[in-house]
Design a protein around this ligand. Structure first.
Ligand code: HEC
Length: 151
């Protein structure tokens, strides 16, 4: 009986070890290089958010980011890009706490990616896939901007 327990304990340690190595998500793609395909980027950058950012909109965006939108699963509730659902993806999910990333991207580019996904990566097409509406995407984007703290 004692031997069996030792084996089980060792299996537990092994499982935890494997689980922690599975936590090494691939590095994110260069946050300063555009991700909207060249042919689409000009039009994407012309899109303007139709919503005015208010505390209510940010609260709605947070709720959607953490809930229905599923964003937090991969991008982490704190926006750090290392959520459990993104652990095995290469490139890894974007880290939204990086202010340099926010400065490089306008709202239209972020919207294009949330709508269509990022081609060739694990970033899903959340509007086209009917997970969220266009209006909800704009609300989430307004909230996503708040992860950059030094402004
Ligand atoms: C299944 C995991 C997953 C989910 C769920 C997910 N993302 Fe992503 N996301 C990624 C990955 C992976 C990338 C990196 C793609 C790349 O490098 O092009 C990414 C990149 C992004 C980018 C950056 C694109 C750029 O211009 O660099 C934005 C914005 C984004 N996601 C927004 C969201 C929003 C908003 C949600 C929820 C509505 C969401 N994501 C849900 C995995 C996910």
């Amino acid at each position: 009986m004692r031997g069996k327990r030792v084996v089980m304990a060792l299996c537990g340690i092994l499982a935890v070890t494997l689980w922690s190595t599975a936590g090494w998500a691939g590095p994110e793609s260069d946050p300063l290089k555009p991700r909207v395909p060249d042919a689409e980027r000009g039009d994407a950058r012309k899109m303007k958010s139709p919503i005015a950012v208010t505390p209510e909109i940010l609260a709605k965006g947070k709720e959607l980011y953490e809930g229905k939108g599923t964003c937090a699963n991969c991008h982490h509730p704190e926006g750090t890009g290392d959520g459990a659902g993104g652990m095995l993806l290469t490139p890894g999910p974007r880290n939204f706490t990086n202010c340099k990333f926010h400065k490089k991207r306008n709202d239209g580019e972020l919207f294009w990616i949330v709508k269509n996904g990022s081609p060739g990566t694990g970033m899903p097409a959340l509007v086209k896939g009917n997970i969220i509406t266009e209006e909800e995407a704009w609300q989430i984007i307004a909230y996503e901007r708040t992860f950059c703290k030094d402004e």
